[in-house]
Design a protein around this ligand. Sequence first.
Ligand code: ADP
Ligand code: MG
Length: 396
Amino acid sequence: MDYSSIKRIKDIDVASRRVLVRVDFNVPIKDGKITDDTRIRAALPTINDLVTRGASVVLMSHLGRPKGKPEQKYSMEPVASRLAELLDNGEVLLTDSCSGDGARRVVFDLRDGQVALLENLRFHAGEEANDEKLSRELATFGEIYVNDAFGTAHRAHASTAGVAAFIRQKAMGFLMEKEVMALSKLLGEVTRPYVAVLGGAKVSDKIEIIENLMSRVDALVIGGAMANTFLAAKGMAMGSSLVETDKLPLARDIMARAEARKVRLLLPSDLVVAASPEAERGEVVSIDKVAPGKMALDIGPASSESFRELIMRAGTVFWNGPMGMFEKAPFAEGTLSMAKAAATSAGYTVVGGGDSVAAVNQSGLDHRFDHVSTGGGASLEMLEGKILPGLAALMP
Ligand code: ADP
Ligand code: MG
């Protein structure tokens, strides 16, 4: 889907208008304290822009997984305090609920330049149910609707898809715009060669992305546990490695289709194996030498090198899925070497996916990518070619 017709906040005159903004303030909280405020800081450009231009701003987000009713540990209180510290004007009015009289009073009393934050959307069962009544009520809280929460754009909830149907003027915030631009690029005309590097735990999680990218890329690099299933499909003995035996025919089918389309499909040539993920070190073996009782937990150095060469020469690189069990130091090398290769590639480089992004951030190389998608599930669904309800709802 072509999202280029969606308005940006710069396209809308917001002076003296009340703007309802869906943000992603789903931050990690431990003992009432925010342990990482990245997501709050990420929303500041949009909030500050609206405030500077004289709008009053009503923010809304979910936090954690409360089950449709209030739960103190998921209150937005710490978020409101932290946001107040980060904002230039230093004040954030927190409502007692995302709906009802209390919220309405705070919202309707806002003056230009003031910021309110609705209490956790998921304290209301209507949020995840995309309830029309809640959507209509939220819509009364803004004359303009802005969605800046890419991470929930793949969910049709009241604060994403629902509310947008009842507000005429709508736009995407800066964060959303950045994600949509970067990911749309991967689905349009790209600089070639176009290389997709896919890894992670399961083929079954990545089938749709493989299918959608197959017709676009020049080369498909497969690593991680996913490669085990492909290697097994080629007849390799994989010892006690994670293999999805029910996906062997699918792996064969994907390999056959890649060949028919002349898409290069690269699998590891060597692996790092161990008796268990708890092992203190692994052993590098060729793919035809995985002993019974040994499991492949990372790609080997020869594989890293051949993947690296391809990535270095690529015009466009999309990477999703770690090359090994990178959470364990002895099996992190393959993933780190992919991060280094993509970071130094002259091509346009994008990484997406919760664990992959964590690995890239851990490597400290995140700023050397053209785009690090914070979207998790949303970025994957976009690359699967699915329509994101939160974005579709913003179309004029
Ligand atoms: P993302 O979140 O980036 O989309 P996935 O969730 O698909 O990535 O996969 C990440 C997980 O895959 C990690 O927890 C990692 O430990 C696991 N993994 C990768 N390679 C292997 C392997 N060879 N054996 C077992 N687990 C693996
Ligand atoms: Mg994951």
